[in-house]
Ligand binder design. Structure first.
Ligand code: HXC
Length: 510
């Protein structure tokens, strides 16, 4: 028995060494951790239970039968993050460059199947040269098996992708179908075709970093949700994100102990909105002042900054926040902000996370770029996402809510449960100046008359009371009491039951 135990330990030891010390050193030399070190950092200490440590590939071409490293380039298993279960796979770049073989794919599929069956998130750490070139179509089949599972798991268990090295070609489509993508600055990249192919086909000269690095994907393409300086920081941010998420679509949002009075009043909010309607203020300030302990986990902070999305906790329970940001493009809706917020709203709805919407929106951004880019279709995404969402929805209009954007931003008409407005709210078809210029076009030459008309329009419509008279606003609330009102509103909605009519699936304007 002793000998057998000894052999087990030496086999385990060999598997843990992956592609060997030389390649581990090379990985460290690039400032990257190994697959196992990443898993250890991601999960609670000592919680990792590994699967398939001894799985080896079955390829016998190109002399591959002589190199059958145990584990086949991916470490898989489950463990806990702050005591809550997650499944994980971590590609090992030291073994055939982390490339995906038939058996490598089978290992990933196994833990994805278990995650679905047992209702826990899947976290995939990607660091791979793509399809195992020696295996050909068997590798492509393996990718497609993973893709199919990404699709089936979507909306059932949260899926998080962490890009910590190369992720290229068709391999990008697995992360692309997951809920969140995190990247590491300067050591990860994602693209469908690399710089060499780009040069050949389009004659563009571009580096891998420019084409698909973290900056590109968090600021330009919006493929990635966040990027951090190194492996350690990235993995600790994944842990923070997981703390906000439910384990699956049938479990409730996690409730953490909280040390912030839900009835806390904040008098500084009474002066947050400037007297001049065109002066911006930072919506982050309001979000942080409403959140438990001021803790806000922002998603896509670097993209479409005219809308802010992320998670807070109220009375310890996760709430998704969508907020117009007056500091950027006056907080208007456009193609990018609509897409960003729509995806976030749909994630929240899929996983029963209540949504708080903070509104200060002057309307949709005008221009040919927007119209040619399909702002009609993209704006409709956000409208659609809010309208189909059945989770508790609480909305606070702080200032402007103009035109179609008023309807879109979780209005009463889209089944908002609590629609509050601050006394500074202006709910109208458009701003006073624009309105008078259309209504009184013939008087445009007379500045005095127009000023009087504008003042008249403002006094009649630039307030929340016309909407409140109709019941479109449930209550006009004092800014300083917003946290208390919002917490009470969500508390009252914990038993909310609302279902959409049966359908195979909807046809959201993609
Ligand atoms: C097998 C691979 C491999 C692959 C890398 N390796 N990629 N082995 N299949 N796809 C091996 C290398 O031979 C090398 O082995 C080790 O991994 C490390 O690779 P290096 O090239 O030394 O590392 P580096 O210089 O850091 O470059 C990394 C890289 C490069 C940029 C990823 O390796 C590369 O370009 N690989 C090929 C990428 C590719 O074209 N893949 C197929 C894409 S198509 P040794 O023994 O020397 O350590 C695709 C389709 C997916 O993925 C379709 C899904 C539908």
């Amino acid at each position: 028995m002793k000998e057998i135990l000894h052999e087990l330990e030496s086999r385990r030891e060999a598997a843990r060494m992956g592609g060997g010390q030389r390649r581990i050193d090379a990985q460290h030399g690039k400032g990257k951790l190994t697959a196992r070190e990443r898993v250890e950092l991601l999960l609670d200490e000592g919680s990792f239970e590994e699967f398939d440590m001894f799985v080896a590939h079955r390829c016998a071409d190109f002399g591959m039968e002589k190199d059958r490293t145990a584990g086949d380039g991916v470490v898989t298993g489950w463990g806990t993050i702050n005591g809550r279960m997650v499944y994980v796979f971590s590609q090992d770049f030291t073994v055939f460059g982390g490339s995906l073989s038939e058996t490598h794919a089978q290992k990933i599929c196994k833990i994805m199947d278990m995650a679905m069956q047992n209702g826990a998130p899947v976290i995939g750490i990607n660091d791979s040269g793509g399809a195992r070139i020696q295996e050909g179509v068997a590798s492509l089949a393996g990718y497609a098996e993973v893709f199919q599972r990404n699709i089936m798991a979507s909306g059932v268990v949260p899926q998080i992708s962490v890009i910590m090295g190369p992720c290229a070609g068709g391999a990008v489509y697995s992360p692309a179908m997951t809920d969140f993508i995190f990247m590491v600055k300067d050591s990860s990249y994602m693209f469908v075709t690399g710089p060499d192919v780009v040069k050949t086909v389009t004659n563009e000269v571009v580096t891998a970093e420019e084409l698909g690095g973290a900056s590109t994907h968090t600021k330009k393409s919006s493929v990635a949700d966040a990027a951090f300086d190194n492996d350690v920081e990235t993995l600790s941010e994944v842990r923070r994100l997981v703390d906000f998420l439910p384990l699956n679509n049938r479990s409730k949002v996690p409730v953490r102990p909280f040390f912030d009075d839900p009835g806390r009043l904040d008098s500084s909010l009474d002066t947050l909105v400037p007297n001049n309607a065109n002066t911006p203020y930072d919506m982050h300030e309001l979000i942080k002042k409403l959140a438990d302990e001021g803790d806000f986990y922002e998603i896509q902070a670097e993209f479409a900054k005219n809308i802010v999305t992320g998670f807070v906790r109220l009375e310890g329970s996760t709430v998704g926040v969508v907020a117009n940001q007056p500091m950027v493009l006056a907080g208007c809706l456009d193609i990018d902000s609509s897409r960003k917020a729509a995806r976030f709203v749909r994630f929240c709805d899929a996983f029963e996370i209540p949504i708080l919407t903070l509104v200060d929106v002057p309307g949709f951004l005008p221009g040919t770029a927007q119209e040619y880019g399909g702002v009609i279709k993209h704006g409709a995404k956000l409208l659609f996402a809010y309208g189909e969402a059945t989770v508790p929805k609480v909305t606070v209009i702080t200032r402007k809510a103009y035109g179609g954007a008023y309807d879109v931003m979780a209005s009463k008409h889209l089944r908002g449960d609590f629609n509050y407005a601050w006394p500074s709210a202006e709910i109208a078809v458009m701003g006073a100046k624009g309105a008078t210029e259309i209504l009184y076009r013939s008087e445009l030459g007379d500045a005095e008359k127009i000023a009087a008309r504008t003042a008249d329009y403002e006094s009649r419509f630039a307030n929340p009371f016309v909407a409140a008279e109709r019941g479109f606003i449930d209550e006009v609330i004092a800014p300083h009491s917003t946290r208390k009102r919002v917490c009470r509103a969500f508390a009252s909605l914990r038993g909310k039951a609302l279902e959409n009519p049966w359908k195979k699936h909807d046809n959201i304007p993609l």
